[in-house]
Design a protein around this ligand. Sequence first.
Ligand SMILES: Cc1cc2nc3c(=O)[nH]c(=O)nc-3n(C[C@H](O)[C@H](O)[C@H](O)COP(=O)(O)OP(=O)(O)OC[C@H]3O[C@@H](n4cnc5c(N)ncnc54)[C@H](O)[C@@H]3O)c2cc1C
Length: 403
Amino acid sequence: MDFTISPALDQLRQRIAAFVDRRLIPLESDPSSYDAHENIRIDLLSEVRKEARAEGLWLLQLKPESGGLGVGRVGMAVCYEAMNRSIFGPAAFNSAAPDDGNMMVLELAGTPAQKERWLAPIARGEVRSAFVMTEPHPGGGSDPGMMQTRAEKQPDGSYRVFGRKWFITGAEEATYFILIARTSDDARRGLTAFLFHKDQPGWRIARRIPIMGPEEHGGHCELEFDGLTIPPENILLSEGAGLRVTQMRLGPARLTHCMRWLGLSKRCVEIATAYAAQRSGFGVKLADRESVQLMLGGLAMNIEIARLLVMRAAWELDRGGFARKEVSMAKIQAANTLHQAADIAIQINGARGYSKDTVLEWIYRYARQARLVDGADEVHRMVLNRHLAGEGSDFWRWPVAGE
Ligand SMILES: Cc1cc2nc3c(=O)[nH]c(=O)nc-3n(C[C@H](O)[C@H](O)[C@H](O)COP(=O)(O)OP(=O)(O)OC[C@H]3O[C@@H](n4cnc5c(N)ncnc54)[C@H](O)[C@@H]3O)c2cc1C
């Protein structure tokens, strides 16, 4: 097995790391860098995005024919971690959710005309986008089969959408939306993926939902659909292929969450080790205490376990697989490791860790969503058990070259 990366990929990683260090980390400690929702101010974000793009640090996730760097999912795993050393990193490089996942699925599932109209402006950083799937009770959440928002086919071939969605990240800032709605009651082919523009009538943002953590730009919103009309050319793939589009989007998008969370986890270690190296108590430096060493050593190992699972899944995606169980394992491990990293780092930093003098408390509050978004831990464990039940001991089989 070859764990090496190419010199070119490592150079890209180093250039991203240098940009993060020079341009983004200093902004984190300046209160004027933040908007009202604890994210980077939009005008400042536009500035750093322009700089990142000018330096060629842009669109790693897309293929060259879509204007991207084409580093593949393995290359992204290497670089996204470096980006998210800063809490402002992913947005600066146009690698933040939900645009990141939306661009990847549009590249995979869009027709040439759809890519020109819907993908290219997001890729150029001109507009933001949102992915509209989850519904409040009694609608679809963990179980998409419970989805209630309906897209009713009209005699002229268009669809009219009625229903309610919530927790739609970025909705207040988004221009383009990918909507999953029910077009029939068929268990496998009942859902359809649609594209719509914010200026189309027949929908509204009912509220921006207040949350415990810092917010993505555009917040997490509740949406009401009351007759939004969508022409058939704005369907992704085909009517009834919504579940497939969802699977195509969520696999890679979940994995890029994990890549970013690993960057944040490593940042937590960085802040914890720096403090432990300088702070003493009872005549002993924190870094010299075995209890602290065990916490950091165990955490370093958990981060590495998550990195290996992420890489395994990225490799599987790059060779054309869906990587369902690999992504589920990576998602559980990376989300829980992020929790552990923020918690341990705050503990080692004492009261300083609980203050806003470091980004640890920001990361700690942000981390809580990681075990819920894009599939709760329990749902991924259920998926893993389904694989185990179906595959038996082949669950752990190594793919054989050439097969
Ligand atoms: C910050 C944030 C951003 C989000 N952004 C988006 C977005 O942009 N677009 C979008 O469409 N959605 C978004 N979501 C929604 C997210 O994807 C859902 O919260 C997630 O899929 C879980 O669905 P639910 O909240 O309805 O939980 P429910 O389905 O109500 O489940 C509640 C809990 O029940 C348990 N549970 C569920 N199923 C099982 C099972 N099979 N076995 C055991 N236990 C189980 C789990 O503990 C789960 O947390 C976002 C959510 C958050 C918190």
